[in-house]
Structures are given as C-alpha cells and as structure tokens.
Design a protein around this ligand. Structure first.
Ligand code: NG1
Ligand code: ZN
Length: 547
C-alpha cells in the first residue's frame, strides 16, 4: 500500500526485539522501558490510523508506566473524548506490536485499514506527552518516527500528567462545539480547575496546608503550577517527594500505590496528628489521603472513601437543588472494601454496581447513570454527568436562594471534575472543596464507616491464562472446582469475602480477602493463596502464613 511506503524505512531504525511478546492490556503496553522502542514506534503508526478512522479527530499517546518501578515504561492511546482506547482496537495494537518484520508490520497495518474501512487520505492528528522516566525521551523519539512515517500532524505536550493529556485531547476535539471542554493548554487546564474550585469554596474558612507526596514524579512540578495558578490560601500545599531528577527515586517507597498497598505513610513524610496528607502516583492519575490520629496510628482514606465523600456531597446538592429524577450512583470494583459498599447501599441508599477491574469498565458503567461516581479502591476515579443530567441542570428553575446556590455548586463541581479520566489533581481539588465546604478534618471524613480488614496478595503461577472469571471477576469458572474450594474457605470466617483473578498488568494471579478481624482476614488470604498455589500450578515459593 502506497500509504505505508515510508514505514519500512523508519521501522528499520526501531527493530522489534526477538523473543518478546507484547500485549496491549488494561494499562496499554507496559514492561521494561528498554524493550519498548519498537512498540512505541508502532503505536505512533496506530495512533495515526486511529485518527484517520475517526475522520481526523485528534488521538492522544501517553508514554508512562504510572506507579511501576522507574525502569519500566509503557504507552497507551487516548480516544477523541479523552477516554481510554476502544477495546476492539486492543487486539490490533497487540498484532501490530508483535509483527516480526517490516513486511509483517505493513501487512498488519493494512489489515487494520481493511477491517476498519479507514480512509487513509485523511490527515491524521495526534498529540502526545510523557512522564519523567529516564527512558521517556528515547521512546518519544521512536513515537515521533512512527507519526512522521504516516505524515501525521503531531504536537508534543512535553512532560505532563496522564490526565492532563486526556484533557488536552478532549479539549481539541470539542473546541467550538456545545461540548467545548476548555483550552487545550496547560494554562487552560489550571485555569479551568482552579476557577471551579475557587467558586465552590468562596467565603468559607481557609483549610490547613495539605502535604502532598508526589511520588517523585510529574505530579510534583504540575501541582506546584496548579497552586501558583490558584494563588489562594484555599490551596496551600507543601510538596514532598518532588525529586524528578535523581535516578531511582520515582515511586520508590512512595506514591499512592505504595501507600495503599502497604497501608503506611511514604518515605520522607513524618505524619503529625492533625495534619493532612495525600499521595499521587507516578503519572498523577491516582490519589489517596491519610492522616495519623493522636496515638500516631495511620489511617488511609482510599478511593472508596473519596467515592463515598463525593457521592454524599452530590446527593445532598441534588436534593437541595430541588431537581427531581436526578439519581447519583456509584460504580466500584470487587476490590472495594465491603463496608464501603454496605455504607453506599444501606446508609446513603444510593444504587451501586460492580464493574470489572480497569477504569474503562468502571467508566462505561458510570456512563449508564445520571451522575455516576466511579473509583477503584486504589484511588483512580472520577465523576460523570450524563447528557440527561446536564440538560436537567440547564432547565432547573430555582425557587429559593438555597436552590440557586445548590445548582451553581453542581455546575462548579462539573467544571471541577476531569470527566475524561481519573485525575489526582482534579480529584484533590474535589476532596479539598468538599472538606472546606463541610468544615471537615480528615478524621471527620473518615467517620462515615470503618474499613473491614483486607489483604491483597499475588500468587505466581505457571500459566495465569487458565484463570477465567465471571460475576465482575468475583467467581472463577476455571480452573474447574477451584471456586468451590474458595467458597468453602470463605464460609469459615465471619464477614469473610475473597476472590481470585488473573492480573491484567502483571504475570500473576491476585487474591483478595477481607473479614471481620485482621487475624481472620490474614488467615483467609493465606488459605486462598495456598489453594491457588497448590491446585493451579503455583511457581516459586508457596505463599507464607502471616505471623
Ligand atoms: P491488575 O493488574 O489487572 O489487577 C491493576 C490494578 C487496577 C488498575 C490497573 C491499571 C488493583 C488490584 N489492580 O490491575 O485497579 O489500576 O492495574 O493500572 O489495584
Ligand atoms: Zn497512574
């Protein structure tokens, strides 16, 4: 195909390493940074085709490996409204990435053009960015070759957070329409989010400073710019772990994933009772909050806590606005703490559903709701206002000043939230705004419910592809009879719950367990992990008992 005339020439500069199979998973391609050059080059080609398939709409490419170790890297595509790549393209990405030669590569690209009836005469448009990883510049150069090979109209945003890139893509594709999202620039991003935040908190007392662990990643410089743009005592921040230069520091013993997984504060943050803390992950799309009580005990406010805080506030505002038939709903995954789910159902009395792990699944479920709040327990999430909800807000005619205030607040919240994807900075402003409006400390926020003790384990097996699940990944259908074993173990523990699923991002099987007490929870996790190891091809050391 003439369209691919330059592909072979450019591809020769970025040969595929032999013996490695790449797979586009929940987080795009993600593996050791040094092995990704050919893949990122090819993602440039795919981004161009995706844009042509969307009549020249702008597609995004983000080079990041999020909370993974600094030596890893990754790349993912962003669709026109700033959402994750449509699932049906994931297979194309995997095929193109694994083509063994230039000829196979061109054939794989031609197959995509054919299958999607792509008009290759359209000028492709792509914007891209990367996080602070050392392998980023080289991978960016490979991406630029891929874009050039197909004559793409391309623009770099340099080093920004993942959600900022999603925002830029959405802004570019909605400019000049009713759905215009904002200015597709960093200054535009900061102006939009800080403006909405300041509208919400105006007139309320100032909060104490917020200590932010930026995981030594791109969130550090960006959140400083955000605070500078706000230029307000309502956003007084202190950034810790903000070293994006010293090799080896990114995500090392810090960041949202570290804090959530280990249930303890990051390196470089000595918690003082009464002070407020949060952690971003390496590309600033996740956030968790935490504090120490008077006895110095660590308390985590994770994605479930953020989601219930946001859902409560939205529910109360909708009621105060006097708008009928506007329902707030919550989407969680099976990793949500059981007590958060009970709280949403029994105390908040809001509808809640479980989606499969991976933000795209939560996003799709939230799209079915009027106002859909979705968060993974690990701190990745956002809120979606459906077109119907926006229309109702537009039509709302306030009868009292209180109703008018509630309606204005709902509009401000909609502007404050990055609807394209979970965003640590936007979510932080959301939490801050709600806490300021309620006059709450972190411990007051924490009072809503107490987490059940939980444990997340990894079991390495010979072949994780034999693990198949149903029921939002809570029930195993394969290996045969393993689920019965899990059920029998769960039944032994009060408030016990456990499930087993293959990871989408790591070569391992994950075991989640919770129960009424820490000892029961640990015992259940250990027994289930042991059963997986013994009955489904465990590799290496058998999971050890907690002591
Ligand atoms: P996997 O590896 O499929 O469990 C992990 C996280 C997801 C999501 C993705 C993408 C857990 C248990 N799993 O998925 O929530 O964030 O990575 O980064 O936290
Ligand atoms: Zn991330």
């Amino acid at each position: 195909m003439a369209h691919f005339a330059k592909v072979a020439e450019y591809s020769a500069k970025h040969p595929k390493p032999e013996g490695i199979e790449f797979a586009y998973g929940t987080a795009g391609f993600r593996t050791v940074g040094d092995t990704l050059e050919s893949t990122v080059f090819r993602v440039g080609l795919l981004a161009a085709l995706r844009s042509q398939g969307k009549q020249g709409k702008t597609i995004g490419v983000m080079i990041t490996a999020s909370h993974n170790p600094e030596g890893d890297n990754g790349v993912k595509l962003v669709d026109p409204m700033g959402e994750m790549l449509q699932q049906s393209w994931e297979g194309y990405c995997t095929q193109v990435a694994n083509a063994a030669s230039s000829d196979e590569l061109v054939a794989a690209l031609a197959a995509v053009v054919e299958a999607e009836s792509i008009d290759t005469s359209v000028t492709p448009r792509v914007v891209y960015a990367r996080d602070t990883r050392p392998s980023g510049p080289l991978l960016q150069a490979a991406l630029e070759d891929g874009l050039a090979a197909l004559g793409t109209d391309a623009a770099s945003y340099g080093v920004v957070t993942t959600p900022q890139l999603h925002y830029f893509v959405r802004c570019r594709n909605t400019a000049g329409t009713d759905a215009a999202y904002g200015e597709p620039t960093e200054a535009g991003y900061f102006a939009k989010y800080t403006g909405a935040f300041l509208r919400l908190v105006d007139g309320k007392p100032h909060p104490s400073p917020l200590h932010i662990d930026a995981a030594n990643g791109v969130g550090a410089p960006e959140v400083l710019k955000l605070a500078a743009a706000a230029a307000s005592p309502y956003l007084s921040i202190e950034v810790h772990n903000g070293d994006t230069v010293t090799p080896g520091k990114l995500n090392k013993d810090c960041g949202a994933d570290h804090v959530k997984s280990n249930q303890r504060s990051p390196v470089g943050m000595a918690l003082q009772p009464g002070s407020r803390y949060c952690s971003f992950d390496g590309d600033a799309d996740r956030i968790v909050y935490y504090y120490a009580d008077e006895r110095g005990t660590f308390h985590l406010l994770d994605g479930d806590k953020i989601s219930t805080l946001a859902a409560t506030y939205l529910r109360d505002l909708v009621a105060a606005a006097g708008i009928d038939d506007l329902q707030v709903g919550v989407v969680q995954t099976a990793y949500a703490n059981g007590n958060s789910t009970s709280y949403i159902k029994d105390t908040l009395r809001l509808p809640t559903v479980f989606a499969k792990t991976g933000v795209k699944h939560l996003h799709h479920e939230a799209e079915k709701m009027n106002i859909g709040v979705y968060f993974e327990a690990n701190g990745h999430g956002t809120v979606l206002f459906s077109p119907g909800a926006v229309a109702k807000l537009r039509r709302a005619t306030p009868q009292t000043p209180a109703q008018d205030d509630a309606i204005q607040r709902l509009w401000a919240l909609r502007d404050l939230i990055n609807e394209s994807v979970g965003d640590a900075m936007s979510d932080m402003l959301l939490v801050e705004a709600i806490l300021i409006c309620k006059g709450w400390s972190l411990s007051q926020w924490d009072e809503a419910y107490t987490d059940l003790p939980s444990r997340l384990l990894k079991v390495v097996v010979h072949d994780r592809t034999i693990f198949k699940t149903t029921n939002a990944e809570q029930t195993l259908t394969s290996p045969l009879r393993l689920q019965e074993v899990v059920d029998a173990l769960v039944a032994k523990f009060p408030r016990g719950r456990a499930f087993v699923r293959p990871s989408g991002t790591e070569d391992a099987v994950r075991v989640y367990a919770e129960a009424a007490t820490r000892a029961d929870c640990d015992q259940l996790a250990y027994l289930v992990a042991g059963a997986v190891f013994d009955k489904a091809g465990g590799r290496g050391d058998r999971p050890a008992e907690f002591l």
